[in-house]
Ligand binder design. Structure first.
Ligand SMILES: NC(=O)C1=CN([C@@H]2O[C@H](COP(=O)(O)OP(=O)(O)OC[C@H]3O[C@@H](n4cnc5c(N)ncnc54)[C@H](O)[C@@H]3O)[C@@H](O)[C@H]2O)[C@@H](O)CC1
Length: 450
């Protein structure tokens, strides 16, 4: 058993169907899986229990409840007070939620919701077995809006995507994992991202060795967004960073507070990685056809995404680009506009939404939000487990776009998918802080890890 986050390497995630197949094959040669699962739960319960009161174990009708009953027996065997039932005992020292796991197939009914509410209000730490009851393992949504908000979740046998994206991080609490001694014999449904190595700098290199980035955006009144993206690309190590500030005379400095940045235009920088859309406003639609036809690599964000969503011809140009050369970074509302649906439909199944958008536009998609998804045609989707609420601040998306552009400039041979995985994870890890991070601080934290 191990605490899971932050991840030290990329880990495989298995959806319900794949987990079922792994479980069925494992049971053929290891019929004691439930014993192992219950023992793992009992061990973690021992470590988490606070006080002398009974450990309350709420068991459901299936094997998730079976795990709970094994844990109850194990804990009783060592003399601990245990209460198995759907109502709270006085002053429990821990709650074990073993109501529903992988087998959830409908929203919890009123009786179950009453038990969930009792768990939530009894004041003890909640340990969920495999999944918080009510949380859908594939999507990270609460079925019918009702699920246990656990303090800890011990995932068993496999890690499920729903623990890491959508609302999953909010329901799972601190995550633990026990593979029950089984090596999965299935292709993973998705990857949980681990850290990627940063581009190496050769001792004999010069600024020309580290590529060029061209930021296109920053309409009047919104230049800060383009400048944040530019500063992030510079901090990432791009050799030269240029800014095309829409509507600002070319004689004006790119960024008075960052003299390393230069003004530039697509026509003069045919090799630069384009980062397009940060604070761009609707006029970006005029610049997009040339950028989509000519820029060798593009990171497309914000207003550029909205322009593409509103224009079939721009969508055709996106699809016509070389495979692996285009990276879109929508938040859920932008993704919904591109897909022609509403935000709740995107959030209901983030993996599916990102994969569908990647398929439709033939490019890499970073669907931002808790548990960002990276999806590309022909690649296994990835979920970013790093990051947190400190990133929910103005400008953090501009910093991500710039950082991705900076990474790509230094690794021109990498696909959009590889750049997105590396950059999104680095951005998330740098954003793991208490309170709120200003976007400028986020750049400093990213640079410090460089
Ligand atoms: N089979 C085994 O040996 C193992 C089982 N494991 C455990 O088994 C779990 C999966 O077991 P199951 O497939 O039995 O599924 P669950 O125990 O999650 O639930 C299935 C049962 O709950 C009912 N149900 C579903 N949604 C409900 C709702 N909203 N309200 C009320 N009842 C509802 C179903 O009709 C079914 O009877 C995993 O999550 C894990 O905890 C793991 O420990 C691995 C080993």
């Amino acid at each position: 058993m191990q605490a899971l986050l932050p991840t030290r390497s990329t880990l495989p995630l298995f959806d319900v169907a794949a987990s079922r197949r792994i479980e069925a094959r494992a049971l053929a040669h290891s019929p004691d899986l439930m014993e192992r699962a219950g023992l793992a739960v009992a061990k973690l319960a021992l470590a988490l229990r606070r006080g002398e009161g009974p450990i309350w174990i709420a068991c459901g009708p299936g094997n998730n409840g079976g795990d709970g009953r094994v844990a109850a027996r194990r804990l009783s065997e060592i003399g601990l007070p245990v209460h198995v039932g759907h109502t709270a005992p006085p002053q429990p020292s821990l709650v074990i939620d073993a109501l529903l796991g992988l087998g959830l197939n409908r929203p919890p009914d009123a009786a179950l919701q009453t038990t969930i509410a009792a768990m939530q209000t009894c004041g003890a730490t909640i340990l969920a077995v495999d999944l918080p009851s009510g949380l859908l393992a594939d999507t990270g949504q609460a079925a019918g809006g009702a699920a246990v908000r656990a303090d800890h979740t011990l995932a068993l046998l496999t890690l499920k995507p729903g623990l890491f994206t959508g609302e999953g991080r909010g329901y799972g609490g601190q995550l633990w994992f026990d593979d029950l001694g089984i090596t999965p014999d299935e292709v993973a449904s998705a990857d949980l991202l681990g850290p990627s190595p940063l581009p190496q700098r050769n001792p004999t290199s010069h600024k020309g060795s580290h590529g060029q980035v061209l930021i296109v955006g920053g309409a009047p009144g919104m230049q800060g967004a383009a400048r944040l993206a530019a500063r992030a690309a510079l901090a990432c190590g791009a050799g030269r960073v240029y800014v095309d500030l829409l509507g600002l005379p070319a004689t004006e400095p790119a960024d008075p507070g960052q003299p390393e940045l230069m003004r530039g235009r697509l026509a003069d920088l045919p090799q630069a990685v384009g980062v397009v859309g940060c604070g761009a406003g609707p006029t970006i639609a005029d610049a997009l056809p040339a950028l989509l036809r000519e820029a060798p690599k593009l990171v497309i964000d914000a207003d550029a995404l909205n322009a593409i969503a509103a224009d079939d011809e721009l969508q055709t140009l996106v699809r016509a680009r070389t495979a692996g050369s285009t990276l879109l970074t929508p938040h859920p509302l932008e993704a919904a506009r591109l897909l022609g649906c509403d935000t709740s439909a995107v959030q209901a199944d983030r993996l599916a939404a990102a994969s569908e958008l990647a398929r439709r536009l033939a490019c890499t998609v970073v669907l931002k939000g808790s548990g960002s998804i990276i999806a590309s045609p022909g690649e296994r989707p990835a979920i970013c487990a790093s990051g947190g609420p400190a990133l929910a601040t103005a400008g953090s998306g501009d910093v991500l776009a710039g950082w991705l552009g900076g990474l790509w400039a230094q690794q021109p041979g990498a696909s959009g998918h590889a750049i997105a995985c590396a950059g999104v994870d680095a951005h998330g890890r740098a954003g793991e802080a208490g309170g709120v991070l200003r976007a400028g601080d986020l750049i400093e934290r990213l640079a410090a890890r460089r």
